[in-house]
Design a protein around this ligand. Structure first.
Ligand SMILES: Cc1cc2nc3c(=O)[nH]c(=O)nc-3n(C[C@H](O)[C@H](O)[C@H](O)COP(=O)(O)OP(=O)(O)OC[C@H]3O[C@@H](n4cnc5c(N)ncnc54)[C@H](O)[C@@H]3O)c2cc1C
Length: 445
């Protein structure tokens, strides 16, 4: 940055006043909005893209991990996806000591967009697509308004409770909340991956979710001239019989707040994906391979982890921690992608395909307190930006956990509005209530 100019203060219209604002409509934000609305709150959901689902849809993720023991809204999504042939039960092979992947599944991302919109219809949720949260007004440690920008210009929305489900913790950042980023010593973040949907693969092609199949796929691409930057590439079949999702690239040092870097990484990743598919067509069995679609945005595994009343740590994973305010049980162990190229190459030489940093985990609970900001009284978090350390985040961040986090945050926010208290006070005044609520929704604790 070479120079600075100053923006003049200007008036903003306050276009809405509601009980709960949710920033971000990904797996966590969608679930938070639906849960808050069903718990009696008037809700505004602000989403940057033109669909609900975040990494599920615009990111083409296609595969739900850590679904075991998760009911609630995830079950509703599954039921709706089945109606439109958009669901495929896709068990994950064993991964570490604690992982139970028998409930994992894939979906078609277009079906997911449709289903999520169907579920929010009639739920008393005001949705603003194509809208970015760009600022927050804070008074006496509480947010009063968020500022959004969209096709209608710049405006403010007032609410009583706020949920940051933006993945990168944007709302918390604008509200001045403290946060952590990346590796505890180096600050490095896990690499970014641009997911793609392909067709024209061999009929007998197996999913490469784990084990030697990943190594074999890397070798296959290498044989035809593409030394993939992700040395453990993922190929997973979708419900649509002719389509599969592939994760082929790793882009390193992509920071959530470096737009130029994100743009560069996106362009490089898309080029790598296209070249890899073009090259593998030299294999007679892959001669019909095509890129059908690449994601609208490159998937960032990490952004800000906003500090909460409780910070989940790696020792919680190792000890199988239990909490009085538990909201769900996590089974996925540490699933850490190499933070730089040298580490990736070292991992690539190992026989094992596990990226667990040598850490073993037991099933552990997520406490509601890790969803409540330590700094801003009426701010909660859900999904990727909740409070935890680098290693814990590499376990709880997957979407089977983002949904219950959203459900819990939405419920607590709505009840806090009704009882005119902060989320922290709600937990104190209603001990055990959130855990009972989640158990009542069918969550295994
Ligand atoms: C490459 C990759 C592979 C992964 N593999 C798996 C996997 O196989 N299975 C699995 O279950 N999980 C996987 N994960 C993890 C998982 O996708 C994320 O952790 C999860 O999406 C978190 O959900 P979320 O709702 O917090 O965030 P997101 O899905 O990122 O949703 C955030 C939403 O907020 C919106 N938004 C962002 N900023 C703003 C703003 N300022 N204003 C308004 N809206 C905003 C975005 O458009 C987006 O819709 C993977 C992640 C990546 C990146």
């Amino acid at each position: 940055m070479h120079k600075k100019i100053f923006e003049l203060e200007h008036e903003l219209p306050v276009t809405l006043d509601c009980d709960v604002i949710v920033a971000g409509g990904g797996p966590a934000g969608f679930s938070a909005a639906l849960s808050a609305a069903r718990s009696g709150a008037s809700v505004t959901l602000i989403e940057l893209g033109g669909a609900l689902g975040g990494v599920w849809t615009q990111g083409l993720l296609s595969y739900i991990l850590d679904a075991h023991g998760k009911s609630g809204i995830l079950d509703e999504i599954v039921a709706e996806l089945k109606l439109v042939q958009g669901y495929l039960h896709t068990p994950h092979p064993p991964n570490g000591t604690s992982y139970i992947g028998d409930s994992d599944w894939t979906y078609d991302s277009e079906a997911m967009k449709f289903v999520l919109e169907k579920l929010v219809t009639n739920a008393n949720i005001h949705i603003e697509y194509h809208s970015r949260v760009v600022n927050a007004f804070v008074k006496n440690k509480s947010i009063t308004h968020v500022v959004i920008e969209n096709n209608s210009g710049r405006s403010a929305i007032a609410a009583k409770q706020f949920i940051d489900a933006s993945g990168n913790g944007d709302l918390g950042f604008f509200a001045g909340a403290s946060y952590e980023i990346g590796h505890p010593q180096s600050g490095e973040v896990q690499p970014a991956t641009l997911v793609a949907i392909i067709s024209g693969f061999p009929e007998n092609m197996e999913n490469t979710l784990q084990g030697d199949l990943k190594i074999a796929l890397h070798q296959k691409f290498a044989k035809y001239g593409s030394e993939l930057s992700y040395r453990r590439p993922v190929f997973v079949r979708l419900p649509h019989p002719n389509l599969a999702a592939v994760f082929l690239n790793h882009q390193y040092s992509v920071s959530h707040d470096d737009n130029t870097g994100i743009t560069r990484a996106t362009i490089e990743a898309r080029e790598e994906v296209f070249k890899a598919i073009e090259n593998i067509r030299k294999d007679p069995e892959w001669s019909q391979a095509r890129v059908v679609q690449t994601a609208n945005f490159i998937g960032l595994r990490e952004g800000r982890r906003l500090n909460g009343l409780y910070r989940l740590s790696v020792s919680d994973l190792q000890n199988g921690a239990k909490f009085e305010d538990a909201i769900c049980l996590v089974h996925l162990p540490v699933d850490l992608h190499s933070v730089n190229k040298a580490a990736e190459e070292a991992a690539g030489k190992k026989e094992t395909t596990s990226y667990n940093a040598g850490l073993t985990a037991k099933p552990y609970q997520i406490p509601a307190r890790s969803l409540i900001s330590a700094d801003v009284d009426n701010l909660m978090m859900a999904g990727r930006c909740v409070s935890g350390d680098f290693y814990a985040h590499a376990s709880y961040r997957v979407t089977g956990n983002s949904v219950p986090m959203g459900e819990a945050a939405g419920f607590i926010a709505a009840k806090s509005v009704a009882q005119k208290v902060t989320p922290s006070q709600y937990l104190e005044l209603n001990p055990g209530a959130i855990t009972a609520e989640m158990a009542g929704r069918g969550y295994l604790l």
